[in-house]
Design a protein around this ligand. Structure first.
Ligand code: FAD
Length: 478
């Protein structure tokens, strides 16, 4: 056991790990901590227990209390229920990592593959109250002291990923970055990556918007043309910036005068705008096509949205002026020194995107045969249901799906017949798109991977196994 000494290198390494602010730094400090404590992070079944034994440090203990509380939930059956299950999770976005944590708590061996090697998304996510509660339960505040202080209900994507990555690693999840998954037969790039040898019986795709692996079909829900613009400005954390009020959402129908004044003063015509103060000053808005054409942001009108918003048809400088103008006006011209933050490519962090069509996978699960073995496949996050950003549904429904997926893997680990596993998952999936902060259960402290704790009216048998034989081929019926 390591002594409780302030100069103890393992304590210093633990502090560095907890405070790490980049994906690479988290991975480096974690590996140094493991090395120092002579722990093998691939020893997933006993990693967390051994880490607790070897790191006798009060700051770490405060973290273990939180994580132990979660891990002791009866649903996980002390990590034995999926002890023989091996899961591959594609994508270390918030939903992939949140799923990986639950699978690790069930006792599964979990490997996460992420094609990027950094977390660089400044954009800020709105969180429903239950997700704030959930993240507090995973000790989010220990990793990020500012997490949802006071009335704050948002967090940047990268900060959320950092918190979830740290929790995942502590619970024995193996996370590989800079590795691209090329197909469900698990071809990777680079093709000689050691993770390519991993034999798994559960594959979860959390690859983000429209990354739906082979075998899954999706539906397109088409609305009227909707053009979103996001932009981030550097937060200098000055007293003047602190004074400027956030806009948690102002829509045209509720404040006609605001939008009319914006149009008159700047020529900018919006449907809505949100402003969050986080590591950056983050704005997201829906702009009208006519004003984008008039202000020279879009060069030529096309009926096809891809052509309309294609790189060749967008004047980037005009887009920067448009976004800057909207941000400046909506904060009452009170944000001083507005400089664009830079994105992963070193460019001003401004993006324009079309959200006219929303994608939704037809089903959330299926069973395939792979290398002579049964493989359970599932989707979570944006690749299951593309979120509608003005409602902040991305993380809220993404985490609900992560829990539902863990519940499915639990049934799989318990040896439930495959058709029944899939039928239960699809029955629960029916509820996801209707969930709102109002109609989910309010007793957040009772939330677990069991769907009955979260959804108000859940019928686990609303879809019958015989309706889903196309998802579980005859040769692999359990
Ligand atoms: P992602 O965060 O997209 O993560 C997917 C990961 O998979 C990525 O890291 C990607 O690199 C990786 N990946 C993809 N393909 C591969 C591959 N082949 N191999 C390996 N790795 C791969 N949500 C909210 O809740 N509130 C909001 O206010 C909100 N605002 C938004 C505003 C905008 C403009 C946008 C675009 C989205 C917004 N969202 C919001 C949605 C939110 O960003 C997503 O819901 C959230 O990030 C989804 O998490 P995810 O894990 O499903 O996918």
């Amino acid at each position: 056991m390591v002594n409780q000494d302030p100069t103890n290198p393992s304590h210093a390494l633990f502090d560095q790990f907890v405070q790490s602010q980049t994906c690479k730094e988290v991975q480096r400090t974690f590996s140094e901590l493991c090395h120092h404590l002579q722990l093998d992070p691939r020893d997933y079944q006993s990693f967390y227990t051994k880490l607790k034994e070897r790191l006798n440090y009060w700051k770490a203990k405060a973290l273990w209390i939180k994580l132990d509380k979660r891990a002791q939930h009866q649903d996980y059956q002390q990590g034995k229920v999926c002890a023989k299950t091996k899961c591959l999770v594609l994508g270390a976005g918030p939903c992939g990592l949140r799923t990986a944590i639950e699978l690790a708590l069930l006792g599964a061996q979990v490997v996460v593959l992420e094609k990027r090697d950094s977390f660089s998304r400044n954009n800020v996510l709105h969180l429903w109250p239950y997700t704030i509660y959930d993240l507090r339960g995973l000790a989010a505040k220990k990793f990020y002291g500012k997490f949802c202080t006071g009335a704050l209900d948002h967090i940047s994507i990268r900060q959320l990923q950092l918190i979830l990555l740290k929790v995942s690693l502590l619970l024995g999840v193996e996370v590989h970055t800079g590795v691209e998954f090329k197909g469900w037969m698990a071809e990777l790039f680079p093709d000689d990556h050691p993770a390519g040898k991993f034999q798994f019986d559960v594959f979860i795709s959390a690859g983000g918007g429209r990354f739906v692996p082979d075998g899954f079909r999706w539906k397109e829900l088409r609305g009227k043309l909707a053009i979103g613009i996001t932009c981030n400005f550097i937060n200098h954390h000055s007293a003047a910036e602190a004074q400027v009020a956030e806009i948690s959402g102002v829509a045209r129908i509720y404040n006609q005068k605001f939008f009319q004044d914006l149009l008159t003063e700047k020529g900018i015509d919006l449907e809505n705008i949100v402003y969050y103060k986080d590591a950056t000053h983050y704005f997201v808005m829906t702009a009208k096509k006519k004003s984008l054409l008039k202000m020279g942001v879009i060069k030529q009108d096309f009926s096809d949205a891809n052509q309309l918003l294609g790189q060749a048809n967008v004047d980037q400088d005009a887009l920067l002026r448009y976004a800057h103008g909207a941000a400046h006006f909506s904060t009452g011209h009170r944000l001083p020194n507005m400089q664009f933050a830079l994105n992963h490519a070193g460019q001003p962090d401004v993006a324009m995107f079309d959200f006219t069509c929303m994608h939704r996978a037809e089903n959330a699960s299926l069973v395939r045969e792979r290398k002579g073995k049964k493989l359970l496949m599932g989707l979570v996050g944006d690749c299951l249901v593309e979120p509608f950003w003005p409602l902040g549904t991305g993380i809220a429904r993404g985490f609900l799906a992560a829990f539902d997926t863990a519940w499915m893997v639990r049934s799989w680990g318990k040896g439930k017949p495959h058709l029944e596993v899939v039928a239960e998952r699809e029955s629960i999936y029916q509820l996801l798109s209707q969930t709102t902060p109002e109609n989910i259960n309010k007793n957040y402290s009772a939330f677990s991977i069991d769907p009955a704790t979260r959804y108000q009216h859940v019928n686990l048998n609303s879809i019958k196994a015989n309706q889903l034989q196309h998802l579980v081929p005859m040769c692999v019926h359990g």
